[in-house]
Design a protein around this ligand. Structure first.
Ligand code: HEM
Length: 404
């Protein structure tokens, strides 16, 4: 079919910086930078030890201010962002949740800011860093099985850290055929190709089901106490965070503290692409949060969500053409997304709400705070209201009319 020619597909892959096999993942992330930047990699590679021995801040304070001008291509910039992101989180949270650093020193803040500006990302560790660009194969000739995968950089939290980021990566990778399906639907709707729309939707549904299957690995690889008590602190940001209410000062960049959210899979472009394709209209406040999370995505990925959002609306098209096969394909897709969101809700209860309630009873100041969302003072109830609202609006998109 003309709309799915190799050239058209390749053009989309280039514009949106995606690939058929890897979707939004960064393909073959680098693990080395030019020698000039070895000091960054030495710190990032030894982060766990440096945090646990409380030496990281001292070493960063003595670090030279390096210009990032010698970084030439996209993958070098992504590795630099990843390394500086890990070092920044370690620097801020080295002393635990009670004593965050309120200032990032110039040697960290300035290059991080400059690298971020070139990538169109914020100067904080994002999901695009810790999940999409933080992976390598133990055996490079092997495949992407969980046992053959490793992280480039890690935080304290042992196997839970590896498990959390790698399982998220596998979920994200399972979204790739669905992204291809979404592109197929987008092209087909422009020429009213009903078969193309249906086939694309079937791919999205299969993909969502596979994402849920991969999600289940979380339970074998991530331990709730280690996740909540250790890892989550290091991915916490400095916006809506009671421990850093004014944000963090980036020395050499700005005279005012900067507020930025921590890394969260709410920054995953995949789910937002499916929402845009299926015309899921989130409520005002939840929608505003999800839209804000797009600022934490690579610009090309954000652009795919925005392109899908301005396509001829799929749901209206399906309602107007009264084709029961198509309606069923759409509804299956929405149901699979509701199912994935329900599964996610239960997972959040296990990993955030239950350990949060326990921490609250023993006086943990983080209480139910999500990594990106403000849930302060409510023991996590805002978080559940948010996630349930997102799930319910998804469900409301189901087409209930009987189509002949
Ligand atoms: C142990 C595993 C997980 C936990 C504890 C967790 C926790 C959370 C939390 C607390 C939020 C609210 C926003 C925030 O404050 O960060 C959230 C949102 C979200 N998470 Fe997760 N998450 C997990 C795994 C995943 C995975 C693997 C994905 C898939 C890529 C995912 C996708 C999302 C999405 C898309 C949102 C935004 C709400 C929505 O669109 O449904 N999460 N998650």
């Amino acid at each position: 079919m003309e709309t799915n020619s190799k050239e058209t597909l390749q053009a989309d892959f280039d514009v949106f910086d995606i690939s058929e096999e890897f979707g939004f993942l960064l393909e073959e992330p680098l693990t080395h930078l030019p020698d000039h930047y070895q000091v960054w990699l030495d710190l990032a590679n030894n982060l766990i030890h440096l945090i646990e021995s409380r030496k990281l801040r001292d070493l960063v304070d003595k670090m030279p201010v390096l210009s990032p001008d010698l970084l030439s291509d996209h993958r070098e910039l992504r590795l630099a962002h990843l390394a500086l992101g890990f070092i920044s989180m370690g620097y801020v949270w080295q002393e635990g949740q009670h004593a965050p650093a309120e200032i990032l020193p110039k040697a960290l803040a300035l290059p991080f800011w400059l690298v971020s500006r070139r990538l169109g990302l914020p100067p904080i560790l994002t999901y695009a860093d810790s999940v999409l660009a933080n992976w390598k194969l133990k055996d490079p000739t092997g495949d992407m099985r969980i046992g053959n995968m490793d992280l480039i950089f890690s935080f304290p939290g042992g196997d839970t850290c590896r498990g959390f980021f790698i399982v998220s990566l596998l979920v994200e990778m399972a979204a790739s055929p669905g992204i291809m399906g979404a592109l197929e639907v987008m092209r087909a709707i422009k020429v009213s190709d009903l078969t193309g729309i249906k086939n694309g939707l079937i791919k999205v549904t299969q993909s969502l089901k596979k994402m849920k299957e991969k999600f289940k690995f979380m339970h074998n690889h991530v331990e709730p106490a280690a996740f909540h008590g250790k890892l989550r602190i290091f991915v916490s940001g400095w916006r809506d965070n009671p421990m850093l209410p004014r944000g963090v000062m980036y020395e050499g960049v700005s005279d005012e503290p900067i507020l930025l959210s921590g890394g969260s899979a709410a920054q995953s472009s995949a789910i937002q692409c499916f929402d845009a394709l299926l015309c899921i209209q989130h409520e005002e406040e939840t929608g505003a949060f999800l839209t804000r999370m797009r600022d934490y995505m690579p610009p090309a990925h954000r652009q795919l969500i925005e392109t899908l959002s301005v396509c001829p609306p799929l749901r209206d098209f399906i309602l107007s053409c009264s084709n029961s096969d198509l309606c069923q394909a759409y509804n299956s897709c929405v149901s699979a997304l509701v199912d994935l969101r329900n599964y996610h809700l239960n997972t959040v209860t296990k990993y955030v709400i239950i350990p949060g309630n326990h921490a609250q009873s023993v006086g943990c100041p983080f209480r139910g705070v999500g990594t990106a969302l403000n849930t302060t003072g409510t023991g996590g109830s805002n978080l559940m209201v948010f996630l349930k609202s997102v799930r319910n609006t998804t469900q409301k998109a189901l087409i209930l009319e009987r189509l002949s």
